[in-house]
Design a protein around this ligand. Structure first.
Ligand SMILES: Cc1ncc(COP(=O)(O)O)c(C=O)c1O
Length: 395
């Protein structure tokens, strides 16, 4: 029998991180020991208090059946308490919060709530792939705005053409930003929200990295500046080393949340309740979060020094677990990433082109960059820095 893939699937390029996994396995198969800064999957264990809560939940909920579609009342209350404590945002537990199975699925599915065929979704380039993949699967059309150093890594809203704005329904923003590390300044948010009101755009704010920052002041949430037409996607993956648990939430304007709940009721059966039990404990504890920031900070300092020494350019960005250097002069990001894969260096990073989408003029804002995810342990970061410096003759 002939298996004919759908056009949507066959038109998709491979998920960029799957290709990186392959490059790492190839090096390993050849007997090398690559140090992998490719995928943003923290390698630290989930804190013990969270694991204990999950284990306990498995037993106390031995006959729990399917989880709630929208999240247990206790989990939604813990989210409301966190949003109030952290951002002074007061949410209605019944109407303004919905649990998610991590934010990837939520981000991917969300356009289905608002997009009819041909509607436009404004997506950052470079940016997290599910913004555009989800748009395409919903029958929408992504329009990419550049997130570049020239624009201070913020959308140049006025540069988006009027005819695009007339057809646009959603703008995705992501601060602290992956991959650039940019934390949006306070003045950005009211400007964005005013612009969105003018064009009747729903602001979809992906705040998965709100707790990963290295500045004195913590990053703000879009919801601190307004709720009308705003939905925030949050995740415990990076804050609490819970990538494997798959748990997050969406919150904001109750009209948008109610569409999202309706969608999710039809798509999945909710986040396992014992995982939500762990998430409640995670949200109440800030100690492990402070430790997480300290550890990333040490790794950052070491890697930033090494990258600058070998001739990379780095903007002063203070969020996320990523570094987004420009490759040494005269080299593209891809060439630089390939050089680092030489078995004598065996350092894996993501070429920026894999995270950037082409703009209307055909350029890719990621072309001269690479992304380093600060996930290898401290020893490995030191080792990788030494290998790179030796290869570039600066030791
Ligand atoms: C910008 C951004 N948003 C969301 C996520 C998804 O996180 P999760 O699905 O684990 O909650 C990631 C993961 O790397 C990310 O980089």
């Amino acid at each position: 029998m002939e298996i004919r893939p759908s056009r949507r699937i066959s038109d998709l390029p491979g998920y960029p991180f799957a290709q990186i996994d392959q490059m790492v396995s190839d090096l390993q198969a050849a007997g090398h020991h690559p140090i992998d800064f490719g995928v943003g999957d923290p390698t630290e264990p989930t804190p013990e208090i969270i694991r204990r809560a999950v284990q306990k939940g498995v037993d106390t909920r031995a006959q729990s059946g399917y989880p709630s579609y929208v999240g247990s009342p206790e989990y939604r209350q813990a989210i409301a308490d966190f949003m109030d404590r952290r951002f002074s945002v007061k949410l209605n537990v019944a109407t303004e919060i919905c649990a998610t199975i991590g934010s990837k699925e939520a981000v991917f599915q969300f356009p289905n709530c608002l997009i009819d065929p041909g509607d436009i979704v404004l997506c950052p380039s470079p940016g997290y792939p599910p913004y555009n993949r989800g748009t395409l699967f919903a029958g929408g059309v992504p329009y990419y705005y550049p997130v570049t150093q020239e624009n201070d890594f913020l959308p140049d809203l006025e540069a988006i053409p009027e005819d695009v704005l007339q057809r646009a329904r959603i703008i995705w923003v992501n601060y602290p930003n992956s991959p650039t590390g940019k934390v949006a300044p306070d003045e950005f948010w009211p400007r964005l929200l005013k612009f969105a009101q003018k064009y009747n755009l729903v602001v979809a704010s992906d705040e998965a990295y709100s707790e990963v920052y290295f500045s004195a002041e913590p990053p703000r949430s879009a919801l601190e500046f307004g709720r009308d037409g705003v939905i925030v996607f949050q995740s415990l993956s990076k804050r609490s080393y819970m990538t494997g648990h798959r748990v997050g939430w969406a919150c904001g304007d109750e009209r948008v949340i109610s569409l999202f709940k309706k969608l999710k009721t039809n798509v999945d059966s909710g986040t396992a309740t014992f995982i939500q039990d762990g998430a409640i404990v995670a949200l109440k504890d800030e100690e492990h979060v402070a430790k997480m920031r300290q550890l990333y900070q040490r790794k950052r300092e070491i890697l930033v020094d090494a990258l600058l020494e070998i001739g990379c350019e780095l903007a002063d960005c203070t969020g996320t677990l990523y570094l987004w250097p420009k490759a040494p002069k005269g080299t593209t990001g891809l060439e630089f990433a390939q050089k680092l894969l030489d078995p004598s260096i065996a350092v894996v990073c993501t070429p920026g082109v894999a995270l950037g989408e082409k703009l209307a003029d055909g350029s890719n804002p990621g072309e001269y960059h690479v992304r380093f995810a600060l996930v290898p342990d401290l020893e490995q970061v030191i080792q990788a820095s030494k290998r790179m410096k030796a290869a570039f003759g600066v030791i």
